[in-house]
Design a protein around this ligand. Structure first.
Ligand SMILES: NC(=O)c1ccc[n+]([C@@H]2O[C@H](COP(=O)([O-])OP(=O)(O)OC[C@H]3O[C@@H](n4cnc5c(N)ncnc54)[C@H](OP(=O)(O)O)[C@@H]3O)[C@@H](O)[C@H]2O)c1
Length: 235
């Protein structure tokens, strides 16, 4: 029996991933920073729920303790993420994005990944086939951002792409440091969720495909990679 925790799984890609992994037979924890939203989502899926705010050390430590007490963890999906948008849902440009905004966004998208991974590392090390999936983005690809003519090149924002490039680096360095764990970054594709004011062109079913796939890699599967649904991506 595989036990999986997905942070920020009360809605969006995390929720759809939880739905699919429950169907695949995983015992799934819906990580939610709001107890009621987590409870309602878990109830809909026949999943468990755990309260976890990825920006809060105490909350993350308590979540790790609760999951450990319930039997441990095999798969961690670092999914919780945010993107700064203007009140009308538009993407902000570099002049509108301050250092304070960057600190706030990095606390969730980047420091959250470090905080949660380190807290759950002792549990993952006790698993026979531990896996970590980090939610990156195509916007984290330095190659794509510097290739004129691609949609990624045309994205004007600063902080969100920088956060996902950092997630890619964290993925690579963790994969080297923890060779017993399969650790990969994934790009779900531009998916209609609250994150982008529902402007995405894909459904959550399409977006969750690569997350679900990388959550199920075996001990011989890839590690330290960056994938979308069609295969490896350029860094
Ligand atoms: N949608 C896309 O096109 C796209 C593309 C590439 C990558 N991604 C990545 O995919 C991941 C999921 O995004 P999504 O599109 O599904 O967005 P979403 O629908 O807005 O869901 C984001 C989830 O993260 C949770 N969250 C935010 N801050 C948190 C915190 N401090 N602690 C715990 N949970 C927190 C949210 O909880 P609340 O409900 O409490 O706010 C929500 O459950 C993100 O990492 C995002 O960057 C998305």
């Amino acid at each position: 029996m595989t036990t999986t925790l997905i942070t920020g799984a009360n809605k969006g890609l995390g929720f759809e991933t939880a739905r699919r992994l429950v169907a695949a037979g995983h015992t799934v924890y819906i990580g939610s920073r709001d107890a009621e939203r987590g409870r309602l989502a878990a109830e809909r899926l026949g999943a468990r729920t755990v309260l976890i705010d990825v920006t809060d050390d105490t909350s993350v430590a308590a979540a790790a303790k609760a999951v450990e007490a319930d039997g441990g963890l095999d798969v961690l999906i670092n999914n919780a993420g945010i993107e700064e948008r203007s009140p009308d849902g538009g993407v902000l440009g570099p002049e509108e994005e301050s250092a304070d905004m960057m600190r706030r966004l990095f606390d969730t998208n980047v420091f959250g990944v470090v905080r949660v991974t380190l807290a759950f590392l002792p549990l993952l090390r006790r698993s026979a086939a531990p896996v970590v999936v980090n939610l990156s983005s195509g916007l984290g690809s330095m190659t794509r951002v510097t290739t004129p003519g691609t949609p990624t090149w045309g994205y004007p924002g600063l902080i969100y792409p920088a956060s996902k490039t950092a997630v890619n680096m964290i993925t690579v360095q963790y994969a080297k440091a923890f060779p017993g764990i399969r650790i990969n970054a994934v790009e779900p594709g531009y998916t209609r969720t609250d994150l982008n004011a529902n402007t995405g062109t894909q459904t959550v079913e399409e977006g969750a495909e690569i997350i679900v796939r990388m959550a199920q890699v075996g001990p011989d599967g890839p590690t330290g990679g960056y994938f979308d649904v069609n295969g490896p991506l350029p860094w």
